[in-house]
Design a protein around this ligand. Sequence first.
Ligand code: TRP
Length: 382
Amino acid sequence: MGKKIILTGDRPTGRLHIGHYVGSLRRRVELQDSGEFDEIYIMIADAQALTDNADNPEKVRQNIIEVALDYLSAGIDPAKSHILIQSQVAELTELTFYYMNLVTVQRLQRNPTVKQEMQMRGFTDAEGAADNKAGTPVGFFCYPISQAADITAFQATTVPVGEDQEPMIEQTREIVRKFNATYGPALTEPEILLPDNAACLRLPGTDGKAKMSKSLGNCIYLSDSAEEVRAKVRGMYTDPGHLQVSDPGKVEGNTVFTYLDAFCRPEHFDRFGDCFHGRKVSFDFHSLDEVKVQYRAGGLGDVMVKNFLTEVLNDTLEPIRIRRKALEQDLTYVYRVLQEGTQAAREKAAATLDGVKRAMRINYFDPGVLEELIREQSKKYE
Ligand code: TRP
């Protein structure tokens, strides 16, 4: 053994945005191209998406292709990474059912991400829970267990995700330890791999709110046009105290600077330094630190910084947009990628499920097992 295996994924509830990109997608492509991993699985988690969209399966169904297009256009290479559709790997639900016995309701209730999501979705409202109009769907409540199945089915060693997924990985590690201690070693304990840059850990929305989320309408999507990106950046939250250009400005908590922290590279100053050349004032910046120093001192207006950010973002997004446009014209290819990725995933998950059932000794009809079982149990009745 000793293989290095990546498993990660996203819920298909919308197109992917730049928060997904810096939080995880960009890293996945780097890891994929590093050649350090033996197997890579990237999951479109439609079954998990259904846990809070049971009444809207069409939304999930439509977004599978959007996420697949975003993956491929961002640089996920099907020759190196298997892209799979979660619901088509039945082994995952079977594993989930056995793992459920290793987790308590109380432990799930403490999961901070689930707690927060329940709040956001109004699931905590017990009023009307009796007629199923409110309350928490059981499937949703249990999704961290299903996520443990996603991760362990592939014997993943490494799970590159955003910070909000930390409780899921911790939960998975607990399940693995409990399973292996109870039934014998059949599962691999995964490590989380977080973004190394603080700005990428949790990219705020364009309105400065803590999280980029479709329901808040504060996202920049990977598939946004250059004009859409320009308009969204123009409307972005900066420092509300920076009223006049001459006023000193704050960089901390200023979304424009957080985005620059996540996207800006030194070469951007050679190519887009013009953004800081104005009629009245002109600056020659060579690094983001120099921009920050000037902004803090005063005299540097938001418009210049926003124009620069627009160029930086569009520079990153343009190749992704071009690839997406081409792939949108070849959905047959995209679905073939998904089908082949899912097939490879099934084989891997089936092998793990076999091992799990063997460890639990619920593999009654495996070759040789039944004969042994009959021999053993016959003794009871001699
Ligand atoms: N919970 C993840 C999200 O909301 C999606 C997901 C499902 C996932 N299964 C996974 C992530 C397994 C990593 C590993 O984005």
